[in-house]
Design a binder for this molecule. Sequence first.
Ligand code: F3S
Length: 374
Amino acid sequence: MHESTPLCWRGIWRLPLNSHRVCSCKWKRLHNSVGATVSYKNIGDAGRELLKDLAESGVRVKVPTTVNPAAIDLRKPGSLGDSPSFREAQTEVLKSLQKMGASLTLTCTPYTISLTRPGAHVAWGESSAVCFANSFLEMYTNRESGITSIAAAIIGKTPEYGMHLDENRKPEIEVELRYKPQSDVEYAALGYLIGSQDVQVAKLQAIEALPWSTLKLIASAAAASGRVSMLTSRGAPPHSLSVTKQALIEVIEALSSASEAEVAAIGCPHLTLPELKQLACMLRGRNVARGRRIWAFTSPKAFAYSRELGILQLLERAGVEVFSGACPVVAPIENLPFSSIATNSAKAAHYIPSLSGKSVMLVSLKEIVQEFTS
Ligand code: F3S
């Protein structure tokens, strides 16, 4: 998710495309690019019309281009608060991107598809994916806006500055853990705390040893609360941040505005296939309780594989609503009649109150399963 607004889609478009005429910066040829913002809720009619104009005027992308989640799952009309006109507009956005040659991957975990490789220079806009790629995949990307990532996809290159240069990939602080996080939500809080330090690169010992599911929550939280674009276990930074259990508790409390919730959303960033399988295992012998809902968000690719393997059926039989290619944060859930939402994602907890007016309960996946099923 990237905070693009209709205004910036109108006003800033000319800058990246024209910038090669007015600056003498070097350019980096791209391996692939992500057009970050495809949610109609984010880009509004200005973005929809711009993409339509580009597509109809024959503009095409020059490099393999993936796209972020849409606001909604078009297979499940109305389930995320979408109206017919909203669906129509979202569909048009997707059609325009497809016409321009983008592949409708519809995920904020583009690193789970086959376009990524170590050493690749990309122009991604999804902040959580940017942090993940720079940190754990030996890839190089700045944190692009929706506009600049699409511009990069069209011209096939991006200005060579920032995170594309090795000298800028050195940590500015070292995170010293006085307490080892014990759950997914505590790791998400750790990421959020690191992001609040106003640094771009931070060092955390042995971070690569953590599972992908945890790394996704840390990277997305660090990029949501601040400008962190990379976490590393290397380097000798000049400053340090000491993290205690109390500090993590305070982050969780600050992001929690509700003490109970009717709906639980997991999959921000999108759940991978192993995570869907893990969820199915956690739910064995249990069903979503009456009056409660569990939403699980994943990519179309993981959704399709999970259906082939029978994992999707297990989840749906337990009462979980699995959404493909959608995002709980940019969905129009303000239109749904519930007031609070539980999540294990600090990124979702950060954005949901301001974007949809719902209050949030930040809890672990284990607590969600315990509280929302019987
Ligand atoms: Fe992905 Fe949406 Fe979360 S784009 S990281 S599910 S805010």
